[in-house]
Write a protein that binds this ligand. Sequence first.
Ligand code: RB5
Length: 143
Amino acid sequence: MNIAIASDHGGFKLKEQITDHLIKRGISVMNLGTDSEESVDYPIYGKACAEAVASGAAELGIVVCGSGIGISIAANKVNKIRCGLCTSVEMAHLAKQHNNANMIALGGRITEPELAFKIVDEWLDTEFEGGRHKRRVDMLDNL
Ligand code: RB5
């Protein structure tokens, strides 16, 4: 599996920590920046990660900004992207089970690393339920 990951300055530290976590899980990670805590604009990084997923260059994507809000909004502007902002393990579970989220967003100023790793693992390890949820996800993709 390969996962694209990107952040702004507010999510940089957590992005690096999640990257290490993913590598420990044997996942190949495509880093799309940013690469320091110097101030940058989150829409650029949300779009870059979303385009990597939408084009098939990466199977899934993770984006991080200070709150997770701005970069998730940016990612969801890209066609075929379903990016869920996750602040709990339950949200990560539902993001995959019901929404088949192909990206998640986290807040580097909101979520501590240990919880972020649990969120990422729950999202990766949960199966999409399909059925009535597939109809709704198909509707999302056609909006
Ligand atoms: C940057 O200061 C901050 O606004 C950004 O990381 C994010 O929280 C936006 O939603």
